[in-house]
Design a protein around this ligand. Structure first.
Ligand SMILES: N[C@@H](CCC(=O)N[C@@H](CS)C(=O)NCC(=O)O)C(=O)O
Length: 260
Protein backbone atom coordinates (compact mmCIF):
# COMPACT_ATOMS: atom_id res chain seq x y z
CA UNK A 1 0.00 0.00 0.00
CA UNK A 2 1.49 3.38 -0.98
CA UNK A 3 0.91 6.50 1.07
CA UNK A 4 -2.86 7.14 0.91
CA UNK A 5 -2.47 10.89 0.73
CA UNK A 6 0.40 11.29 -1.73
CA UNK A 7 0.58 8.01 -3.65
CA UNK A 8 4.30 7.58 -2.88
CA UNK A 9 6.01 4.98 -0.73
CA UNK A 10 6.61 6.25 2.82
CA UNK A 11 10.12 6.05 4.27
CA UNK A 12 11.29 5.26 7.77
CA UNK A 13 14.69 6.55 8.90
CA UNK A 14 15.71 4.17 11.64
CA UNK A 15 18.33 2.51 13.78
CA UNK A 16 18.25 -1.27 13.55
CA UNK A 17 17.14 -3.04 16.74
CA UNK A 18 16.54 0.17 18.67
CA UNK A 19 13.35 -0.14 20.72
CA UNK A 20 11.97 3.37 19.90
CA UNK A 21 12.50 2.52 16.24
CA UNK A 22 10.82 -0.83 16.81
CA UNK A 23 7.78 1.11 18.00
CA UNK A 24 7.59 2.98 14.68
CA UNK A 25 8.30 -0.17 12.62
CA UNK A 26 5.53 -1.99 14.47
CA UNK A 27 3.14 0.89 13.64
CA UNK A 28 3.87 0.61 9.91
CA UNK A 29 3.61 -3.17 10.01
CA UNK A 30 0.41 -3.17 12.10
CA UNK A 31 -1.21 -0.90 9.53
CA UNK A 32 0.09 -3.09 6.70
CA UNK A 33 1.79 -0.08 5.10
CA UNK A 34 4.59 -0.89 2.66
CA UNK A 35 7.51 1.42 3.34
CA UNK A 36 11.19 1.80 2.69
CA UNK A 37 13.56 1.68 5.68
CA UNK A 38 16.71 3.74 5.66
CA UNK A 39 18.99 2.34 8.36
CA UNK A 40 21.44 4.72 9.95
CA UNK A 41 24.26 4.23 12.45
CA UNK A 42 23.80 5.61 15.98
CA UNK A 43 25.47 8.99 16.24
CA UNK A 44 25.98 9.33 12.49
CA UNK A 45 22.27 10.00 11.97
CA UNK A 46 22.44 13.26 13.93
CA UNK A 47 23.62 15.66 11.25
CA UNK A 48 21.36 14.45 8.40
CA UNK A 49 18.33 14.27 10.69
CA UNK A 50 18.98 17.76 12.05
CA UNK A 51 19.13 19.08 8.51
CA UNK A 52 15.97 17.25 7.47
CA UNK A 53 13.80 17.73 10.54
CA UNK A 54 15.43 20.24 12.90
CA UNK A 55 16.08 17.55 15.53
CA UNK A 56 18.71 14.81 15.63
CA UNK A 57 17.03 11.56 16.64
CA UNK A 58 15.29 8.72 14.86
CA UNK A 59 12.76 7.30 14.14
CA UNK A 60 11.71 9.79 11.47
CA UNK A 61 9.01 8.96 8.94
CA UNK A 62 8.65 10.64 5.61
CA UNK A 63 5.29 10.79 3.90
CA UNK A 64 6.04 12.54 0.58
CA UNK A 65 7.19 16.03 1.66
CA UNK A 66 6.03 15.60 5.23
CA UNK A 67 8.67 14.58 7.81
CA UNK A 68 7.44 13.27 11.16
CA UNK A 69 9.94 12.85 14.00
CA UNK A 70 9.41 10.66 17.07
CA UNK A 71 7.69 7.33 17.52
CA UNK A 72 4.52 8.74 19.10
CA UNK A 73 4.04 11.34 16.35
CA UNK A 74 4.67 8.65 13.72
CA UNK A 75 1.96 6.41 15.21
CA UNK A 76 -0.46 9.36 15.21
CA UNK A 77 0.44 10.21 11.58
CA UNK A 78 -0.08 6.59 10.56
CA UNK A 79 -3.49 6.54 12.26
CA UNK A 80 -4.49 9.70 10.43
CA UNK A 81 -3.37 8.42 7.03
CA UNK A 82 -4.38 4.77 7.43
CA UNK A 83 -7.46 4.61 9.69
CA UNK A 84 -7.96 0.85 9.20
CA UNK A 85 -6.79 -1.38 12.06
CA UNK A 86 -7.12 1.54 14.48
CA UNK A 87 -4.64 1.94 17.30
CA UNK A 88 -6.24 4.90 19.06
CA UNK A 89 -9.44 4.30 21.06
CA UNK A 90 -12.44 6.41 20.02
CA UNK A 91 -13.79 6.65 23.57
CA UNK A 92 -12.32 9.89 25.02
CA UNK A 93 -11.50 8.40 28.44
CA UNK A 94 -9.81 5.37 26.90
CA UNK A 95 -7.97 7.56 24.44
CA UNK A 96 -6.66 9.76 27.27
CA UNK A 97 -5.55 6.70 29.25
CA UNK A 98 -3.83 5.12 26.21
CA UNK A 99 -1.88 8.32 25.53
CA UNK A 100 -0.90 8.61 29.19
CA UNK A 101 0.49 5.08 29.11
CA UNK A 102 2.37 5.76 25.89
CA UNK A 103 3.81 8.93 27.46
CA UNK A 104 4.95 7.05 30.56
CA UNK A 105 6.78 4.46 28.44
CA UNK A 106 8.26 7.06 26.06
CA UNK A 107 9.56 9.28 28.83
CA UNK A 108 10.52 6.84 31.59
CA UNK A 109 10.60 3.14 30.76
CA UNK A 110 12.07 3.49 27.24
CA UNK A 111 15.08 5.65 28.18
CA UNK A 112 15.79 3.71 31.41
CA UNK A 113 15.61 0.32 29.68
CA UNK A 114 18.00 1.62 27.00
CA UNK A 115 20.34 2.80 29.72
CA UNK A 116 20.38 -0.65 31.34
CA UNK A 117 21.12 -2.35 28.00
CA UNK A 118 23.73 0.27 27.06
CA UNK A 119 25.49 -0.25 30.41
CA UNK A 120 27.03 -3.42 28.93
CA UNK A 121 26.53 -2.81 25.19
CA UNK A 122 28.83 0.22 25.28
CA UNK A 123 31.61 -1.91 26.76
CA UNK A 124 31.48 -4.19 23.69
CA UNK A 125 32.16 -2.02 20.61
CA UNK A 126 32.37 -4.98 18.23
CA UNK A 127 29.04 -6.34 19.35
CA UNK A 128 27.57 -2.80 19.37
CA UNK A 129 28.58 -2.53 15.71
CA UNK A 130 27.07 -5.93 15.00
CA UNK A 131 23.76 -4.82 16.55
CA UNK A 132 23.47 -1.55 14.65
CA UNK A 133 25.76 -1.92 11.63
CA UNK A 134 24.41 -5.29 10.59
CA UNK A 135 23.89 -5.12 6.83
CA UNK A 136 26.75 -2.70 6.08
CA UNK A 137 30.03 -3.89 4.56
CA UNK A 138 32.63 -5.50 6.87
CA UNK A 139 35.18 -2.64 6.49
CA UNK A 140 32.44 -0.11 7.32
CA UNK A 141 31.43 -2.15 10.34
CA UNK A 142 35.03 -2.29 11.59
CA UNK A 143 35.38 1.46 11.07
CA UNK A 144 32.15 2.00 12.94
CA UNK A 145 33.28 -0.12 15.88
CA UNK A 146 36.50 1.97 16.03
CA UNK A 147 34.37 5.13 16.01
CA UNK A 148 32.22 3.65 18.78
CA UNK A 149 35.30 2.91 20.89
CA UNK A 150 36.23 6.59 20.68
CA UNK A 151 32.65 7.76 21.26
CA UNK A 152 31.87 5.47 24.20
CA UNK A 153 32.24 8.14 26.88
CA UNK A 154 29.93 10.49 24.99
CA UNK A 155 27.32 7.78 24.36
CA UNK A 156 27.36 6.73 28.01
CA UNK A 157 26.87 10.31 29.18
CA UNK A 158 24.06 10.87 26.66
CA UNK A 159 22.32 7.74 27.95
CA UNK A 160 22.61 8.93 31.55
CA UNK A 161 25.26 6.34 32.48
CA UNK A 162 27.23 8.30 35.03
CA UNK A 163 27.79 5.88 37.92
CA UNK A 164 26.66 2.58 39.42
CA UNK A 165 23.47 4.19 40.77
CA UNK A 166 22.50 5.32 37.25
CA UNK A 167 22.87 1.74 35.99
CA UNK A 168 20.71 0.50 38.85
CA UNK A 169 18.09 3.14 37.98
CA UNK A 170 18.08 1.76 34.42
CA UNK A 171 17.41 -1.78 35.65
CA UNK A 172 14.76 -0.49 38.07
CA UNK A 173 13.08 1.37 35.18
CA UNK A 174 12.84 -1.80 33.09
CA UNK A 175 11.44 -3.69 36.07
CA UNK A 176 8.93 -0.90 36.77
CA UNK A 177 7.72 -1.15 33.15
CA UNK A 178 7.27 -4.91 33.49
CA UNK A 179 5.49 -4.47 36.84
CA UNK A 180 3.21 -1.88 35.24
CA UNK A 181 2.06 -4.06 32.34
CA UNK A 182 1.60 -7.06 34.62
CA UNK A 183 -0.53 -5.00 37.02
CA UNK A 184 -2.56 -3.14 34.39
CA UNK A 185 -3.37 -5.74 31.73
CA UNK A 186 -7.13 -6.34 31.73
CA UNK A 187 -8.99 -9.65 31.38
CA UNK A 188 -8.38 -9.70 27.60
CA UNK A 189 -4.71 -8.92 28.15
CA UNK A 190 -4.83 -5.27 27.00
CA UNK A 191 -3.83 -2.17 28.92
CA UNK A 192 -6.84 -0.11 27.79
CA UNK A 193 -10.24 -1.61 26.94
CA UNK A 194 -10.63 -4.94 25.21
CA UNK A 195 -8.45 -4.54 22.15
CA UNK A 196 -4.88 -3.81 21.10
CA UNK A 197 -4.10 -0.08 21.23
CA UNK A 198 -1.22 2.34 21.05
CA UNK A 199 -0.70 1.73 24.79
CA UNK A 200 0.03 -1.98 24.24
CA UNK A 201 2.18 -1.29 21.19
CA UNK A 202 4.25 1.36 22.98
CA UNK A 203 4.72 -0.71 26.13
CA UNK A 204 5.57 -3.96 24.31
CA UNK A 205 7.98 -2.28 21.87
CA UNK A 206 9.80 -0.38 24.62
CA UNK A 207 10.06 -3.58 26.70
CA UNK A 208 10.95 -5.75 23.69
CA UNK A 209 14.58 -6.13 24.75
CA UNK A 210 13.51 -7.85 27.99
CA UNK A 211 12.59 -11.00 26.04
CA UNK A 212 13.91 -12.94 23.11
CA UNK A 213 11.10 -11.95 20.74
CA UNK A 214 12.47 -13.92 17.81
CA UNK A 215 11.27 -11.06 15.57
CA UNK A 216 14.03 -10.20 13.06
CA UNK A 217 13.38 -6.45 13.44
CA UNK A 218 14.43 -6.36 17.08
CA UNK A 219 16.13 -9.61 18.09
CA UNK A 220 19.82 -9.14 18.95
CA UNK A 221 22.52 -11.04 17.04
CA UNK A 222 23.61 -14.40 18.46
CA UNK A 223 25.58 -15.52 20.34
CA UNK A 224 24.31 -13.22 23.07
CA UNK A 225 26.91 -11.65 25.36
CA UNK A 226 26.76 -13.11 28.90
CA UNK A 227 25.35 -9.84 30.27
CA UNK A 228 22.34 -10.13 27.96
CA UNK A 229 21.89 -13.83 28.80
CA UNK A 230 21.82 -12.88 32.49
CA UNK A 231 19.36 -10.02 31.85
CA UNK A 232 16.96 -12.32 29.95
CA UNK A 233 17.30 -14.97 32.62
CA UNK A 234 16.67 -12.39 35.34
CA UNK A 235 13.32 -11.37 33.86
CA UNK A 236 12.31 -14.73 32.40
CA UNK A 237 9.62 -15.55 34.97
CA UNK A 238 8.34 -12.02 35.43
CA UNK A 239 4.62 -11.81 34.49
CA UNK A 240 5.50 -8.63 32.56
CA UNK A 241 7.76 -10.52 30.13
CA UNK A 242 4.99 -13.09 29.67
CA UNK A 243 2.73 -10.18 28.69
CA UNK A 244 5.34 -8.78 26.25
CA UNK A 245 5.64 -12.19 24.62
CA UNK A 246 1.85 -12.44 24.28
CA UNK A 247 1.74 -9.03 22.54
CA UNK A 248 4.50 -10.12 20.14
CA UNK A 249 2.81 -13.45 19.44
CA UNK A 250 -0.64 -11.97 18.90
CA UNK A 251 0.05 -8.59 17.36
CA UNK A 252 3.53 -8.15 15.90
CA UNK A 253 3.23 -8.77 12.15
CA UNK A 254 6.13 -9.54 9.83
CA UNK A 255 7.87 -6.54 8.30
CA UNK A 256 6.10 -4.64 5.51
CA UNK A 257 9.35 -2.94 4.50
CA UNK A 258 10.23 -3.22 0.83
CA UNK A 259 13.80 -4.13 0.09
CA UNK A 260 14.38 -2.81 -3.44
N1 LIG B 1 11.11 10.11 22.24
C1 LIG B 1 11.74 9.71 21.01
C2 LIG B 1 13.05 9.02 21.34
C3 LIG B 1 13.93 8.82 20.13
C4 LIG B 1 15.30 8.30 20.51
O1 LIG B 1 15.69 8.33 21.69
N2 LIG B 1 16.04 7.82 19.49
C5 LIG B 1 17.33 7.26 19.72
C6 LIG B 1 17.32 5.78 19.35
S1 LIG B 1 16.47 4.83 20.58
C7 LIG B 1 18.38 7.90 18.81
O2 LIG B 1 18.07 8.46 17.78
N3 LIG B 1 19.66 7.77 19.23
C8 LIG B 1 20.80 8.22 18.47
C9 LIG B 1 21.53 9.36 19.11
O3 LIG B 1 21.28 9.69 20.29
O4 LIG B 1 22.37 9.93 18.42
C10 LIG B 1 10.78 8.78 20.24
O5 LIG B 1 9.74 8.41 20.79
O6 LIG B 1 11.03 8.49 19.07
Amino acid sequence: MADDLSGTLPELYQLRRSHFNEKARWGFDHKGVAHRRISMLPGLQRRPMKKMTGQSLVPVARFADDFVAGSGAILAALEHRYPDRPLFPTDPEQSKRALEIQHRFDEEVGPLTRRAVFSWLTTRPLYFAQVFADGVSTPQRIMYSAFMTLATGFVRRETGLTDEASVEAGFAGARAGLDFVAANAGPDGYLVGDRFTVADLAAAALLSLTIDTGHPDIVLPRPYPPEYERWLEHFADHPGTIWVRAMYDRHRPPSHAVTS
